[in-house]
Design a protein around this ligand. Structure first.
Ligand code: FAD
Length: 389
């Protein structure tokens, strides 16, 4: 039996959807996409909840990029709601709590130290480093002015260290000082979280954007289809439904699962999301509020800020808890834990996959890496450029 498809794509997230479209449209190939979930879009999937609020089921996704090829490519499948993300840190303060822009900037300085001291500190910071510059706390700590050095300690303690411990489940002594030293202070009054040229949200949501991308006569999408049930890799041969398949395969799932986790599971952090709907127009002050000093959750996102949805009298928020990933049913591996031992384990799986010609690992799971959406979109386009040369 011959397969009716030229190419097989595993996963209908950003990586898989772009490859499927490119192979079908630019390459004239017949493409089968297997997606184990009951929807397309991968972790960028969004949908309406019971209250009618557009939510992101797998964590808040804000699109931003400086890559005009990626922006123009995605713009074929959506128009954009022009959203500029802002984040504040909510921390305990004398007589209550206060909120400061994150990344810590000249406005944060004023909230914390008051206008007088902030103005004098800002003047000295700008004289030392220049305006609109991002300076790491390591650099600030090395400055001879003790007040500038003290500012670095303030940012580390109030914005960074406890938040990072919650995110990665670490104790203070496990925090890598080299990483933490890279936290920037932004010498600017620009309170946007990203400074990219293109920023926004697909106007009807991410899911319709992905649906349009996959809507092509030469693409067949099978939902609820786990590659584990259909695909076998044995002795250098790829089998689809038990029959050898010699076309291109793009695999965007977890690489350890592909080989039955035979060398052990690749470690991840996972997230637990708690959604709450409230009978108010807006529940918090900004799209995302980080709890950098206390609370068990790391942050709360309120979707209506992100999507611009106009829906009076009701809103949905999402509290985010970071947890260890055990691989148990229903848990999603979100963040690869990058270190030497884990990279070495990944390399063993990568070497196994390399034994299969025309088999490509692509995406945050298959490459055991964190990618923003624009970065994985660029990788997918580049891989297809290569394949279609
Ligand atoms: C909490 C969170 C917030 C984020 N926020 C942002 C943001 O604001 N901006 C941004 O640019 N990026 C953000 N990202 C990153 C973004 O999620 C990734 O860039 C994107 O998901 C990568 O796409 P992908 O196709 O590689 O993976 P995924 O989106 O994970 O897609 C992989 C797909 O493969 C499917 N699959 C896996 N295994 C199998 C199998 N065996 N058989 C069939 N199907 C399978 C999965 O079900 C999934 O649908 C965020 C990530 C997280 C975790």
């Amino acid at each position: 039996m011959d397969h009716p498809f030229d190419c097989l794509v595993i996963g209908a997230g950003m990586a898989g959807a772009i490859c499927a479209r490119e192979l079908a449209e630019r390459g004239g190939k017949k493409v089968l996409v297997l997606e184990r979930r009951d929807h397309v879009g991968g972790n960028a999937y969004d949908c309406f909840d019971k209250a009618g609020v557009l939510i992101h089921r797998y964590g808040p996704h804000i699109f931003h990029t400086n890559d005009s090829r990626v922006f123009e490519y995605l713009s074929r499948f959506t128009t954009w709601y022009s959203y500029q993300h802002q984040v504040v840190a909510n921390i305990p303060a004398e007589g209550g709590r206060m909120e400061l822009p994150v990344p810590f900037n000249l406005i944060s300085l004023e909230v914390v130290f008051g206008p007088h001291k902030a103005a004098s500190l800002a003047k000295r910071l700008i004289a030392a480093y220049g305006v609109e510059k991002k300076v790491t706390i390591l650099e600030l700590r090395q400055h001879p002015d003790p007040e500038i050095a003290a500012l670095a300690d303030y940012v580390y303690e109030h914005v960074f260290v406890h938040y990072t411990m919650k995110q990665w489940g670490q104790r203070p002594e496990e925090i890598d000082p080299n990483t933490t030293a890279r936290v920037p202070v932004f010498l600017s009054e620009d309170c946007r979280y990203f400074q990219d040229l293109y920023q926004g949200m697909p106007i009807e949501g991410y899911t319709p954007m992905f649906q349009r991308m996959l809507d092509h006569p030469d693409i067949t999408v099978a939902l609820g289809a786990d590659a584990g049930d259909r695909l076998t890799l044995a002795e250098g041969t790829v089998l689809l439904d038990g029959v050898p398949f010699d076309g291109t395969v793009i695999y965007t799932g977890a690489v350890d699962e592909l080989f039955g986790c035979k060398y052990g599971r690749l470690p991840y952090r996972t997230l637990r999301f708690q959604f709450e709907t409230h009978p108010v127009d807006f529940w918090q002050s900004h799209g995302t509020v980080n709890y950098t000093m206390d609370q068990e959750y790391t942050r709360i996102t309120e979707f209506k800020y992100l999507t611009g949805q106009e829906l009076p009298g009701v809103t949905t928020i999402m509290k985010e808890y970071s947890e260890a990933y055990t691989g148990e049913e229903g848990q999603v591996p979100y963040y690869a834990i990058i270190n030497e031992a884990n990279n070495a384990l990944y390399a063993r799986y990568q070497a196994e996959a390399a034994r299969y010609p025309r088999f490509h690992l692509l995406g945050r799971l298959a490459e055991y890496k964190y990618y923003n959406m624009d970065a994985i979109a660029a990788r997918a386009l580049a891989l297809c450029d290569d394949l279609l040369k």
